[in-house]
Design a protein around this ligand. Structure first.
Ligand SMILES: Nc1ncnc2c1ncn2[C@@H]1O[C@H](COP(=O)(O)OP(=O)(O)O)[C@@H](O)[C@H]1O
Ligand SMILES: [Mg+2]
Length: 267
């Protein structure tokens, strides 16, 4: 299903910058009016960021530092106050329709439809894209199996654990075959052990499928397990540290990067 896209091979993280830019922030700021009407509040300040094809970029920062605001601007749900956001050369806010089927989203909450089986939930994104029933069920079955849910196709969300429900939500995102995966803290509602297991599987699937991902998280461990690149944000969202990791970073490299991230986050 991904034959039309080059797979990202081991070691590609180092060459990522030579691949096409999929998501671009060009001098992006976002201000909100204060609730009391007194002036504005800066949520994102002058962000420049290029995310290249096949990069799995963890956007890491503390609560309230503007991560979801960045997410909303990539997804086309909010427009920047100044500067420009481009996804595959389109303005996601002004050209929302042009990006249909190109961005798949996983939220913190699974957002499954309770009256639909796991199969019909996983097929939902394709249904929105008018893909015929047989094809969307085939893709949904494939991705449910890849996420370890074979045999649960006919289960309804209430019969599944939180971890399994989030697996269905991830299957739904992969099934669309969208080249860009956008995730806003997709594992942070799960217990620690479930989240740690799922994040390794998720990272593997993203790599294998050659997707480009912007993955928002407040967990350093998650950022290092999933990201081929970690971008650390300081409030108001501005980039304080940006590092690309080797495809299979040695323990020493991880430890050093973790130390730098801790330094930045405690500043
Ligand atoms: N629609 C909005 N109106 C006013 N302030 C907002 C709005 N959305 C976010 N903010 C503020 O912008 C800051 C960043 O929010 P957000 O992007 O949700 O942070 P994060 O996802 O990193 O926790 C917060 O202080 C939040 O209160
Ligand atoms: Mg958020």
């Amino acid at each position: 299903m991904t034959a039309d896209r080059p797979l990202v091979m081991d070691g590609a993280a180092h060459d990522a910058a030579s691949l096409p830019v999929e998501i671009r922030f060009d001098k992006v700021s976002k201000h909100f009016r204060r609730p009391d009407g007194e002036g504005t509040f800066v949520a994102v300040e002058d962000v420049n960021l290029d995310i290249h094809q096949g990069e799995l970029v963890a956007l890491l920062g503390k609560a309230g530092c503007g991560k979801s605001t960045l997410f909303n601007m990539i997804a086309g749900l909010q427009a920047p106050s100044s500067g420009a956001v481009h996804v595959q050369q389109h303005d996601p806010f002004k050209e929302f329709a042009a990006l249909r089927g190109r961005i798949a989203i996983v939220f913190q909450n699974d957002r499954l439809l309770p009256w639909r089986s796991a199969l019909d939930n996983a097929a939902f994104g394709l249904e929105m894209m008018d893909v015929p029933l047989a094809r969307r069920h085939e893709a949904a079955r494939h991705w449910l199996a890849r996420l370890g849910l074979q045999g649960h196709e006919n289960d309804y969300p209430h019969a599944l654990s939180g971890g399994m429900r989030q697996r269905v939500a991830i299957a739904r995102a992969f099934a669309t075959d969208a080249p860009i995966m956008l995730c806003d803290e997709p594992l942070s509602a799960l217990d620690e052990i479930t989240a740690a297991r799922l994040r390794l599987e998720f990272a593997e699937l993203l790599r294998e499928a050659g997707r480009t991902a912007a993955f928002i998280t407040h967990s350093i461990g998650e950022a290092l397990d999933i990201g081929t690149r970690v971008v650390v944000l300081q409030r108001p969202a501005r980039i304080a540290y940006d590092v690309r990791l080797g495809a299979t970073p040695a323990e020493a490299e991880r430890t050093e990067v973790r130390r730098r991230i801790m330094d930045v986050l405690t500043m």
